[in-house]
Ligand binder design. Structure first.
Ligand code: 1CP
Length: 340
């Protein structure tokens, strides 16, 4: 069956649908009472392992807001199951044994995604069925550096001391780790496409921890390989690199169909940097959802207008939605973007 709403895929392909499509990073999650009701019954880990519940929470924001794309409910760290690393969600992720030395890297078992992540593929299948071709489904993974940062730091981080130390002091070890992670990610995204996702997003949430020169030397080659290999599957690839103002010039070199823009740069300026021939996604400050309605509306309209200068534009936030957001503000935002 054909998709009922193709606005998101049209924009990804550089076409101009009747309205600007919108989805919201982290749209399924704790700001929604219907999500919290499910989480009151099951842990986050259990939720990720239950395809029926993944499908339900993936659909929740589609039902409530009429967004133009759904994103698979999972996490960028579930992929650790294919690397022999254990993570607990508290809800912030905690890696029991951080990977900091050559012996630690040797201890990891970089396996086939198919052997360890079948439950995610089952969730994709369940989501596709649940969505019933109303909107496309986005699959995702963390970028090699962002994924590695959780492994090496042992969780979230402010300074990224351990992973940067590894890159600067033991570049061969760092390179070996990122290369192995990238191989798993390539395999994992291929499996998501086989299971039925219509598009892919790669989240480089923490790339700005590196200076632009260090990013180019130590990180970009791996991201380039990931994007290049994943592009062969024929679904649109969105590359979201946070810290755009400094890293956008590197992101634009890669062959991603869509470049995600955070709110550290005006969308019009970002379009000048990446070129008007590119498709962009973004970039409302998530905290703008806490502004008075008129102000939210003005900010959203300005971003839709700026997006018209690019070859294509998918409206989104500049990063994940805050768990404290009032769902009514999201409903208003969707209405404004669709009406603009
Ligand atoms: O208690 C709970 O319910 C757990 C909170 C939660 C949720 C809802 C976590 C733990 N992960 C998720 C789901 C999730 N994570 C999704 C699917 C839902 C959706 O988008 O609608 C996605 C795409 C992610 C991606 C993700 N996880 C990223 C990249 C995006 C970003 O925000 O930069 C990152 C960095 C993570 C790690 C992670 N997982 C969970 C938390 C609380 C975090 C962030 C920790 C940190 O700040 O370091």
């Amino acid at each position: 069956m054909a998709l009922a709403n193709t606005t998101f895929l049209d924009a990804c392909a550089g076409r101009r649908p009747a309205h600007t499509p919108i989805w919201v990073m982290r749209q399924a999650g704790r700001y929604l009472p219907e999500y919290r009701a499910i989480r009151a019954k099951v842990s986050f880990e259990e939720l990720c392992h239950r395809p029926d519940l993944c499908a339900e929470v993936t659909r929740q924001p589609i039902d409530r807001f009429g967004l133009d794309a759904a994103i698979l409910f999972s996490d960028i760290l579930t992929v650790f199951d294919a690397m022999g690393a254990k993570v607990e969600f508290t809800p912030a992720p905690v890696v029991a044994e951080p990977v900091r030395s050559a012996a630690d890297v040797d201890r990891l078992r970089f396996g086939r995604a198919d052997d360890h992540l079948g439950y995610v593929y089952d969730a994709v299948t369940a989501c596709k069925k649940e969505l019933d071709d109303r909107v496309p489904l986005i699959g995702f993974c963390g970028a090699p550096f962002t994924t590695a940062s959780y492994l090496v730091e042992g969780g979230g981080s402010k300074e990224f001391m351990h992973i940067k130390r590894m890159a600067f002091a033991e570049p061969a070890l760092f390179g070996r780790l990122l290369e192995s992670i990238t191989t798993v990610l390539v395999d994992y995204l291929a499996g998501q496409v086989r299971a039925g996702v219509d598009a892919l997003q790669i989240f480089e949430s923490w790339g700005a921890a590196m200076s632009p020169a260090d990013y180019r030397e130590h990180v970009l080659p791996h991201l380039r390989r990931l994007v290049g290999e994943v592009k062969q599957h024929g679904v649109p690839v969105i590359l979201f690199v946070r810290g755009n103002a400094s890293l956008l010039e590197q992101a634009r070199e890669l062959d991603a169909d869509v470049l995600g823009i955070d709110w550290s740069i005006e969308l019009s300026r970002a379009i000048e940097v990446v070129g008007r021939d590119r498709v962009v996604q973004g970039n409302l400050d998530p905290i703008a959802l806490f502004a008075p309605p008129k102000q939210l509306e003005a900010r959203a309209r300005a971003i839709v207008a700026a997006g018209r200068e690019a070859r294509g534009h998918v409206f989104n936030l500049g990063h994940g939605i805050s768990r404290h957001t009032d769902p009514a503000a999201v409903a208003r935002l969707v209405e404004v973007v669709h009406g603009a």
